[in-house]
Design a protein around this ligand. Structure first.
Ligand SMILES: O=c1[nH]c(=O)c2[nH]c(=O)[nH]c2[nH]1
Length: 318
């Protein structure tokens, strides 16, 4: 070693996890001639005593990712899928409790929903007035999400949705903001407010002993409260609307103590039609240019007072 050479720095392994990502599992349940669809995208991430596989290549603690994939499909068949959250709880518990080397499991799920195709064809097999029992169209609505983490003692369940596009064609203003030498935006006293809501909310439920929420009902109610608050808020900013949506959920749902939103402001600009001698006032029903980018991006967490903020600031992967 020369006087100037330095010893190699010791290197250590940091956070690590592994598993099979994006298992696309579709489960059909037949109720007589009436079929039901559960369409999920399930990602498994496991961690625990995994130093050896990284340092020496010993696989003695490694449950293959292929096995985690098989487990997802086998559980769908053996136990069914009552809700994304329930399925996630079941899988997370299985991986941690069946494998000594696995200490933590995180299951992320996206759920795609389908609507029944309505038809009036007399030859079709109907459920209700005119719904076919086995023909569906993917709804253009939101994607439901769930993330379940289990460490052997506590579960953390984050439910959510993304792609829920909403618009108020009035009852929105934006004025009184800071103006500097670069500000050109005109104050607006009657504008369109539109956004594509992405939200993640954290349940207080964390162990088997306490009663589990009824996941599907909790989801439906949470979405309803968000939508009602969006529709009922006379908005002076998207930030204010976001807060009202979160507050409505926290005040209405005891099982939820934190909710985070990421909401792009889908700008609709009133078109200047003066060159054509046309007035284009909101009050008369205006024509707007729907810009897709750039967009304002409004993000915030709303919590029950005293609750700890635990939903990650960047929730794009949840
Ligand atoms: O609701 C809004 N919030 C803003 O912060 C903002 N900024 C902007 O240019 N338009 C808007 N609208």
């Amino acid at each position: 070693m020369t006087a100037t050479s330095r010893p190699a720095r010791p290197v250590v392994l940091g956070q690590n996890q592994y598993g099979k990502a994006e298992n696309r599992v579709v489960k059909i349940t037949r109720d007589g001639d009436t079929h039901h669809i559960k369409d999920l995208n399930v990602s498994v991430a496991l961690s625990g005593a995994m130093d050896d596989v990284h340092y020496s290549g010993s696989n003695s603690n490694v449950l293959p990712t292929d096995t985690t994939k098989n487990t997802v499909f086998a559980f769908a068949k053996e136990h069914g899928i009552s809700s994304a959250e329930q399925f996630g709880v079941h899988l997370a518990r299985h991986f941690v409790e069946s494998q000594e080397g696995i200490h933590r499991a995180r299951i992320r799920i996206e759920e795609y929903s389908w609507d029944r195709i309505a038809t009036s064809d007399a030859n079709s097999r109907f459920i209700g007035a005119d719904e076919v029992q086995h023909s569906f169209v993917r709804t253009g609505q939101e994607t439901r999400t769930a993330q379940v983490t289990y460490d052997g003692e506590h579960f953390e369940v984050l439910s959510g949705l993304k792609g829920l596009t909403v618009m108020n064609s009035t009852n929105s203003e934006f004025w009184g903001y800071v103006k500097d030498r670069y500000t050109t935006l005109k104050e607006d006293y009657d504008r369109i407010l539109a956004t594509e809501v992405a939200a993640v909310w954290r349940h207080t439920w964390s162990t088997d002993e306490q009663r589990m929420p009824r996941w599907d009902r909790s989801y439906a109610e949470t979405k309803k409260h968000m939508l009602q608050a969006f529709a009922e808020t006379y908005s002076l900013s998207l930030q204010q609307t976001l807060y009202q949506m979160g507050a409505r959920v926290i005040n209405s749902r005891a099982e939820i103590e934190e909710i985070r939103f990421s909401m792009p402001n889908k700008h609709h600009f009133r078109v200047d039609l003066e060159p054509f001698g046309l007035k284009n006032d909101a009050a008369d029903g205006a024509v707007y240019y729907a810009a897709d980018r750039p967009y304002g991006l409004i993000e915030a967490t709303v919590l029950r007072d005293g609750a700890e903020p635990r939903i990650p600031v960047d929730m794009t992967n949840l």
